[in-house]
Design a protein around this ligand. Structure first.
Ligand SMILES: NC(=O)c1ccc[n+]([C@@H]2O[C@H](COP(=O)([O-])OP(=O)(O)OC[C@H]3O[C@@H](n4cnc5c(N)ncnc54)[C@H](OP(=O)(O)O)[C@@H]3O)[C@@H](O)[C@H]2O)c1
Length: 309
């Protein structure tokens, strides 16, 4: 696996994937690579013009690509719910759900659901989306859910007493908390899938440091430095693609780059800290996530509670 890339992957014709945030950066590269393997990719994007432009770019690169833009805003439970219904009315299988959309270190903002925006966009929207997609994932053999974390999960633990930073906001901690939540979620999802006898796999992935639009909230002066120091988005997408497509994979693994400090390189299995692997913290996060999203799944009841209209 030391130099793994998608050349080693056979055609995946007939399979269907959802990639959130597919118009830019890692989501774009992941979509292009999956489409080149003949997977039908739903480009789940918040801006349909950008999604259409990305689709045209993919078709120029690979004219046989089967890619379909579909609107989602992961910061809104109502929009996630709308997307889920839209998808379910068009497709009857889901092989790969790539929970990728994200923002980093944005100014303080509270979403329409009353959530801190980074937690909502990066984590809670994907928690809700996964719950809504689970019945279809279960019906599709060899399905996988890949959730994007980050090295910055180390920046914060979960502030259970102030999840939405109502007392004081740190954009760095809020990003760290959201990516820590994604990682804990990926592990806990696998525990619950295994416990309920499901074949769907859950994995976490991180791209090291990759040159994308994620630095949009950074000062304009330092943004060009990214191109000099960071690995390409194409390389950064490899851990996501490995988690999604490789055969020597098990649920509950975390995939990142194999270079120095996991900042760049080819995909490999990486370890997270004890806090992220702690089942008690994971159960607590799952419970508050169910309460906040009003979507309950894999907790013995498997029902959607009052999803957004
Ligand atoms: N780049 C890195 O080094 C790095 C490191 C660790 C983790 N990650 C993770 O990788 C993922 C992808 O980021 P990226 O680096 O590829 O950044 P990016 O180029 O900025 O792409 C982010 C994508 O997410 C979309 N998005 C943002 N908010 C959304 C919302 N509310 N609803 C739906 N889509 C939304 C963006 O759409 P618009 O274009 O419309 O804004 C864009 O398509 C993120 O989860 C990020 O945390 C990246």
């Amino acid at each position: 696996m030391s130099q793994w890339n998608t050349d080693q992957v056979p055609s995946q014709s007939g399979r269907v994937a959802i990639v959130t945030g597919a118009n830019s950066g890692l989501g774009y590269e992941t979509t292009l690579a999956l489409a080149k393997k003949n997977i039908m990719v739903i480009m789940a994007c918040r801006n349909m013009q950008k999604a259409e432009e990305a689709k045209q770019k993919i078709l120029a690169n690979y004219p046989d690509a089967k890619v379909k833009p579909m609107k989602i805003d992961t910061s809104s439970l109502a929009e996630v719910n709308k997307f889920a219904k839209h998808f379910q009315s068009h497709f009857d299988r889901l092989d790969l759900l790539i929970n990728n959309a994200g923002i980093m270190m944005s100014p303080y903002e509270v979403t329409e659901d009353g959530f801190e925006n980074q937690l909502a966009t990066n984590y809670l929207g994907h928690f809700a989306l996964t719950g809504q997609m689970l019945p279809m994932l279960k019906r599709t053999s060899d399905s996988r859910v890949i959730t994007l974390s980050s090295l910055s999960y180390k920046w914060a633990e979960i502030q259970f007493d102030d999840l939405h930073f109502k007392n004081s906001y740190s954009k760095r901690k809020a990003y760290g908390q959201s990516k820590r939540s994604c990682l804990i979620f990926a592990y806990e999802l696998q525990r619950r899938l295994s416990a309920s006898g499901q074949n769907t796999l859950s994995l976490a992935a991180h791209p090291g440091l990759s040159n994308t639009e994620l630095d949009r909230y950074f000062p304009a002066l330092i943004r060009p430095l990214g191109a000099l120091f960071l690995q390409s988005a194409k390389k950064g997408a490899l851990p996501i693609l490995y988690a999604a497509l490789a055969e020597d994979i098990q649920g509950g693994e975390f995939i990142g780059p194999n270079g120095f400090q996991e900042m760049r390189g080819y995909p490999t299995k990486v370890e997270a800290d004890d806090y992220s692997n702690n089942p008690a913290i994971a159960r607590r996060l799952w419970k508050v996530s169910e309460e906040m999203t009003r979507i309950r799944y894999l907790d013995g009841q498997d029902e959607l509670l009052n999803p957004a209209p």
